[in-house]
Design a protein around this ligand. Structure first.
Ligand code: PLP
Length: 381
């Protein structure tokens, strides 16, 4: 049985065109970009071309793009690197951030900073009154994600950035789940720093970027040979960076088609889910088009994910990219969802190659699995 992949927010397959762009740098091109010989110069040229591709995709200047190894690294770099150079104040992160934003903020507490969480409403959107109240205390950084990995909810980043700036705080956004799904415009977002990641958009693992306003003084996480303007040492992962650049170019070229196609799939999926009496989380919010997060009362998310996997559908439960923990999603708890219902959460995230036929088949399988699981529960009771 071939499985259907409905878990594109966790990672995506490498696109063929991306692999083709990477291959020469994996097999023939052996230069270190810091070397002065022709091999080194070719590697340097490839990195700078990728930097232009990434910058163009997010309406930034190439000089604002710093390559890292992942979204996780970029988020740690932004939170810790920006705050470390400032007089100790507070770090505000929304209650629905990915742990690679909230945990580095918490880790700064042992060094004397205060990490505080900004409340969200029932639709996963930042509570602006809470943010305003929190900003009464001296604040170094506000970090709020552009799109949530679980619900897909899109935050009002320009307005949040404006509030942060009024209080002399820096503003960072994690745009990992937004890139390739909605327009991501670094200049228009009104932020000082923004995180993106390659493997979420058909690029390879091992590349990410922090897009950074050059006026922001940031402390490196990694010291060494001084690569990336001395801000991120380590020999550059040239094939991954080249692939990331190619993936960015493709993602922007295909953005409108991707958004239109996946939104159509989601509309049909959610109409079917409504008939099955699912609760759809964050559905009143503006969302990235490919994501649907839902639950059925008295059905464990983990159980449903395993049952669907056996029937050939790969979906995620709760917060799939963070761990294998069975704790209910912190995102849903922050939205005020009842803990029992939160334990039932399942996420479908579509990619460009998913089809309407797959969605129809999924709905039929889901319906019969729900009946089977409810019967099992009834027998056990
Ligand atoms: N931020 C968000 C919103 C994510 O969904 C993820 C991964 O799932 C990350 C950051 C981490 O990115 P990476 O997997 O490149 O470390």
């Amino acid at each position: 049985m071939t499985s259907v992949f409905f878990d594109h927010n966790s990672t995506t397959a490498l696109k063929t065109e991306v692999l083709e762009a990477m291959l020469p740098f994996m097999v023939n091109q052996q230069g270190n970009a810091s070397s002065r010989h022709s091999f080194g110069r070719a590697a340097r040229t490839a990195i700078e071309h990728a930097r232009e591709q990434v910058a163009t995709a997010v309406n930034a200047q190439p000089s604002q793009v710093l390559f890292t190894a992942s979204g996780t690294e970029s988020n740690n770099f932004a939170v810790q690197g920006i705050c470390s150079n400032l007089e100790k104040g507070q770090i505000l992160t929304s209650a629905v951030e990915h742990p690679c934003v909230s945990r580095p903020a918490l880790a700064m507490q042992v060094r004397g900073w205060q990490a505080r969480s900004i409340n969200v409403d029932a639709n996963c959107n930042v509570d602006m009154n809470d943010l305003q109240a929190l900003l009464a205390m001296p604040t170094n950084l506000v970090s709020v994600m552009l799109a949530n990995n679980e619900t897909g909810a899109i935050q009002k980043i320009p307005a949040i950035g404006e509030l942060a700036r009024q209080h002399k705080a820096y503003m960072h956004t994690d745009a990992v789940q937004a890139l390739g799904k909605i327009n991501v415009d670094f200049a228009a977002l009104n932020v000082h720093a923004m995180t993106i990641s390659s493997h979420k958009i058909g690029g390879p693992l091992g590349a990410g970027a922090l897009v950074l306003d050059k006026r922001v003084d940031i402390q490196p996480l990694l010291y060494g040979g001084g690569q990336e303007r001395g801000l991120r040492s380590g020999t550059e992962n040239i094939p991954a960076i080249v692939g990331f650049g190619a993936a960015c170019e493709l993602a922007i070229k295909n953005l409108a088609t991707f958004a239109h196609h996946t939104l159509h799939l989601r509309e049909v999926l959610e109409a079917g889910l409504a008939k099955l009496n699912a609760t759809i989380f964050g559905s009143e919010s503006k969302r990235i088009p490919n994501t649907s997060f839902f639950a059925f009362p008295n059905i464990e998310g983990e159980t449903l994910v395993t049952a669907l996997d056996k029937k050939g559908f790969a979906v995620a439960s709760g917060s799939a990219c963070s761990s294998d923990s069975s704790e209910p999603s912190h995102v849903l708890l922050a939205m005020g969802v009842d803990e029992d219902l939160a334990r039932g959460a399942v996420r479908v995230s579509f990619g460009a190659n998913n089809t309407m036929e797959q969605v129809q088949h999924f709905l039929a399988v889901l319906e019969s699995e729900l009946v089977r699981l409810r019967n099992l529960t009834a027998i056990a009771a």
